[in-house]
Design a protein around this ligand. Structure first.
Ligand SMILES: Cc1cc2nc3c(=O)[nH]c(=O)nc-3n(C[C@H](O)[C@H](O)[C@H](O)COP(=O)(O)OP(=O)(O)OC[C@H]3O[C@@H](n4cnc5c(N)ncnc54)[C@H](O)[C@@H]3O)c2cc1C
Length: 413
């Protein structure tokens, strides 16, 4: 039986473990902390094929600059960090044109669509209770101008990517989602393709199922490198000794560049810090997950709670809990919702580092230095939405067989 060690027990590592175990590999997952304790814990839980277009799009730089200087901006860049990572920001800026946006969107969509379908299959096969909800995702616009402007994006997604949405004028929007405060929105778009689950419950369910399937987990061990042998790796070097295997998967999310020197490459990934706050369901709880577009804030009505999440902070590997960022979330929810809930009641306050690529595609491919080491990282704002497809692709690439979607767009360059 071939053996594989997966470094990183987030949603990408665990779903890679799932597909590899199904394909007959003997799997070990190593994590520097707790399985599911990274960015995969407190995210908004959207599985959203609607998010076809990358962040690197025409106008993104100008919009970013505008929000940077705005008070209470959801986006924050620490100047020292930007200077130290100038290459990443320039790389991102270079991609903000129509041709690169459309070409990246093809790769993004393939992984999103495959993952959406695979989530249905996974949840049907495993019967995980993860509060799976296939209602769809509502994009809510406060101003008429932003609502009308989105019509161009809707047209592009519909015509070029076969991703239709239902346009809702204000009156229809309030009828569909009565939890919205009257007068708070000018209109919305409903993506019925999208779904939602409770990510922490997914991680708990996966962890338990993988153990049943014979996957071994080693927590609280940090991988610092590989023992090389003839262009391959024999073992990973960890704080608890070496772990030998036939193949390795680097699924360390935002931490992935820390292994750059060992992998023989420069992974264009930086941490993009986001926050969420989870409270008991308000008395008038939304039925739909919603993104309040101008505020860039998302709400997730789970069966067992209510999460408000978002914001993006480029400040390096900063572990501080910034309460001002949490307040931005609850303040934004109060703009749109009749009953935004009480953040002082049993709240779980959380932050996580999104693995942001300047690329703008997720990276799934072999290390140029160690041919039996596969990297699966850089899923940015869509790691949950792309996790099942990534896991399947990882298993196919390591198995050497055909892949269910073309692997070329994600190859490491
Ligand atoms: C506020 C917020 C909301 C979001 N909402 C959504 C959403 O609605 N939908 C969506 O699709 N995505 C969303 N995301 C993004 C999503 O959460 C991430 O893309 C995804 O969780 C990344 O998964 P991962 O497995 O790559 O990383 P992680 O979950 O961070 O896992 C990486 C793991 O690697 C381990 N590790 C790191 N280095 C080492 C090492 N050297 N040795 C051993 N272990 C190591 C870490 O401990 C960690 O457990 C959101 C993110 C944020 C912050």
């Amino acid at each position: 039986m071939r053996s594989v060690s997966i470094i990183g027990g987030g949603v990408i590592g665990c779903l890679s473990a799932y597909h590899l175990a199904k394909a007959g590999w003997q799997v070990t997952v190593l994590d520097r902390g707790r399985v599911g304790g990274g960015c995969s814990h407190g995210n908004c839980g959207y599985v959203c094929p609607s998010h076809v277009l990358p962040l690197a799009a025409p106008g993104a730089i100008w919009n970013t600059l505008k929000t940077l200087f705005a008070r209470n901006s959801p986006l924050k860049v620490r100047p020292g960090f930007a200077l130290a990572n100038l290459g990443w920001f320039l790389h991102f800026a270079k991609r903000c044109n129509t041709a690169d946006m459309l070409s990246a969107a093809v790769g993004i969509q393939a992984l999103l669509n495959s993952s959406r379908k695979l989530f249905d299959e996974l949840l049907e096969a495993e019967r995980f209770d993860v509060e799976w909800d296939t209602h769809g995702l509502l994009f809510v616009f406060q101003s008429k101008a932003a609502f009308e402007h989105y019509a161009h994006t809707d047209h592009l997604l519909r015509e070029r990517f076969a991703m239709p949405a239902r346009r809702l004028e204000a009156a229809d929007l309030y009828t569909l989602e009565p939890a919205l405060k009257p007068g708070s929105a000018s209109g919305g778009y409903l993506y019925q393709s999208d779904a939602q689950l409770r990510p922490d419950r997914l991680m708990t369910a996966l962890h338990a199922r993988l153990r049943e399937m014979g996957v071994k987990f080693v927590e609280n061990v940090e991988v610092s490198g590989f023992t090389p042998a003839d262009g391959t790796a024999k073992a990973v070097v960890t704080t608890a000794g070496d772990f030998a295997a036939d193949a390795f998967v680097v699924a360390t999310g935002a931490w992935a560049p820390k292994l750059n020197a060992q992998l023989g490459m420069n992974l264009p990934i930086i941490p993009g810090k986001g926050y969420s706050i989870t409270i008991p369901r308000p008395a008038v709880c939304p039925t739909y997950p919603m993104i309040f577009e101008e505020h860039r804030v998302a709400v997730s009505p789970f069966r067992t709670g209510f999460r408000i999440g978002s914001t993006m902070e480029f400040a390096g590997y900063d572990e501080a809990m910034n309460r001002d960022r949490l307040k931005l979330l609850t303040d934004a929810a109060a703009v749109y919702l009749t009953d935004p809930g009480d953040p002082t009641k049993g709240a779980e306050e959380w932050w996580g580092w999104r693995p942001m690529t300047g690329n703008p595609l997720t990276l799934i491919g072999r290390s140029p230095r160690l041919s039996n080491v596969l990297v699966a990282a850089g899923h940015g704002m869509l790691g949950l939405s792309m996790a099942t497809g990534t896991g399947k692709l990882v298993a196919e690439l390591l198995g050497g067989g055909p892949t269910h979607i073309p692997a070329e767009p994600y190859r490491l360059r």
